[in-house]
Design a protein around this ligand. Structure first.
Ligand SMILES: *Cc1c(COP(=O)(O)O)cnc(C)c1O
Length: 372
C-alpha cells in the first residue's frame, strides 16, 4: 500500500547546514559562516546550555512540571492567563496546533506570497486549502488593504511581522484593521517569530496582555500570536515555540496538542533563556547593527528589515534568476546564505545578520560575487 495522495504537499526547503556544506566542499566547518537560516550567531545562552545538561538527568520523566513552569513564566511575561499559552515543538508546532484547532476539512487559509512555507504545509496537513495574498514589489508593503483586498472569507489569515524574507512589518493598527474587516469566523494569526528585533507593538496586547493599557483597542477573540525561542533566544535546535491565544480558545489546547508538546530539555532551556537578558540584548543589538551595515555596504539593493536578516536583490548585478548561482559562489567562499528562489524570488538572496566579523566577511564576499 501507499500513503494517501500527497501530491499537493511540497517538502520544506530548509537553509543549508554547516556540516553538510563543509563536507561537500571539503572545508572545516569552523571556516564557514552560516547566514542561511536566521539562527542566532552567538549560539544559545550559557544558562540554557547548563539547564539542558542538568535536565539530562531527568530525561526519563515526562516533562509535566517543566511544562507548567514555562507556561507560567511566559504567561507572566506577556501578562496573559497561563491557559492562553500553547507550548509547542517550535513555532512550527504551534502553527500546527492552531490549524488543528481552527480548520474543518476543506476550509481555506490565506497566506502571504512571498512568505514562510510552513503556513501552507500545516494547512494542508490539516486538510485545508490554500489561497495567497501578494505582497507586491518593489516595496513588499504590508498593510490592511493589501490583505483585505485579497481576502475571500478564509478561516485563517496568516500575517508575518516582521515578514520573512523581506523584513517588513504590520503595525498593530493594521492587525486590528484586518481582524475587523475579516469575518467573525476568521482567525488572524500574527507570526512574531522575529518580534524581539523589531520596533512594533505586539499583537499580544490584543489578547489582554501587556501593552493593552497603551492603546484603545478591545481584547479580541479572533487573533492569535506566534512566538519562538529559535531566533533571538538562540534555541533553534531544541525546538521550542508557542502561540498566545484568546481566552476563548484556551480550552482547545488540551484537545489538540500532542501530549508533552515540548520536551523536558526544551522547557528547561526555555526557562533559562527567558532570564538571559544580556544574551538576548546583545543578539538584538548586533542584528540591528548588521542589517544597517549590510544596507549601507552591499553593492546591491537591500530592503529595510526589522528582522535579523536582510533581503538582497542580486538581479541588477547578476540577472533576474541569479540567486542560485550567487548563493553557490558565496558558498565556495565559505559564506552560506539563503537562495530565495523557493520563496518565488529567484533574483534575491536572504542574508542572516551575523556577528560583527561574520557580517563583515559576508559583505566582502557578496560584493566580490556581485562584481564577478
Ligand atoms: C523561524 C520562523 C518560525 C518558527 O520557527 P521554529 O523554529 O519552528 O520556531 C515561524 N515563522 C517564521 C516566519 C519564521 O521565520
Amino acid at each position: 500500500m501507499q500513503p494517501r495522495d500527497l501530491s499537493t504537499h511540497v517538502p520544506y526547503e530548509a537553509g543549508r547546514g554547516i556540516e553538510e556544506v563543509a563536507r561537500e566542499l571539503g572545508m572545516d566547518p569552523g571556516d564557514l559562516v552560516k547566514l542561511a537560516s536566521n539562527e542566532n550567531p552567538f549560539g544559545p545562552p550559557d544558562a540554557a546550555v547548563d539547564a539542558i545538561q542538568r535536565a539530562a538527568a531527568n530525561a526519563s520523566s515526562y516533562p509535566k512540571a517543566a511544562h507548567t513552569d514555562l507556561t507560567d513564566a511566559l504567561a507572566d511575561r506577556h501578562g496573559v492567563d497561563p491557559a492562553q499559552v500553547w507550548l509547542a515543538n517550535g513555532g512550527d508546532g504551534a502553527l500546527d496546533y492552531l490549524a488543528r484547532a481552527a480548520l474543518e476539512p476543506g476550509d481555506a487559509v490565506l497566506v502571504p506570497d512571498p512568505g514562510f512555507a510552513y503556513y501552507e504545509m500545516s494547512a494542508r496537513f490539516h486538510h485545508g486549502t490554500v489561497n495567497r495574498y501578494d505582497l507586491s514589489r518593489p516595496e513588499f508593503t504590508q498593510d490592511g488593504d493589501v490583505v483585505c483586498s485579497q481576502y475571500d472569507g478564509e478561516r485563517v489569515v496568516y500575517l508575518t511581522s516582521p515578514h520573512n524574507p523581506t523584513g517588513s512589518v504590520f503595525s498593530l493598527e493594521d492587525v486590528v484593521e484586518i481582524a475587523d474587516r475579516t469575518g467573525e469566523e476568521t482567525l488572524v494569526v500574527v507570526d512574531e517569530a522575529y518580534a524581539e528585533y523589531a520596533d512594533v507593538q505586539s499583537g499580544v496586547s490584543l489578547l489582554g496582555g501587556d501593552g493593552a493599557a497603551d492603546h484603545a483597542f478591545a481584547e479580541r477573540d479572533d487573533v492569535a500570536v506566534l512566538r519562538t525561542f529559535s531566533k533571538a533566544f538562540g534555541l533553534a535546535g531544541v525546538r521550542l515555540g508557542y502561540a498566545v491565544v484568546p481566552g476563548a480558545w484556551a480550552d482547545a489546547y488540551a484537545r489538540v496538542n500532542t501530549p508533552f508538546a515540548a520536551s523536558e530539555l526544551a522547557c528547561r532551556a526555555g526557562l533559562a533563556a527567558l532570564d538571559a537578558d544580556d544574551h538576548v540584548a546583545k543578539s538584538v543589538e548586533t542584528a540591528r547593527w548588521a542589517r544597517e551595515h549590510m544596507r549601507d555596504e552591499l553593492d546591491a539593493p537591500v530592503w529595510e528589515s526589522q528582522g535579523n536578516f536582510v533581503l538582497v536583490d542580486v538581479s541588477d548585478a547578476r540577472g533576474p534568476e541569479s540567486a542560485d548561482a550567487v548563493a553557490s559562489e558565496l558558498q565556495e567562499r565559505g559564506v552560506i546564505v539563503r537562495d530565495c528562489t523557493s520563496f518565488g524570488l529567484p533574483g534575491c538572496i536572504r542574508v542572516t545578520c551575523g556577528t560583527e566579523a561574520g557580517t563583515e566577511r559576508a559583505v566582502d564576499a557578496i560584493n566580490e560575487v556581485l562584481a564577478a
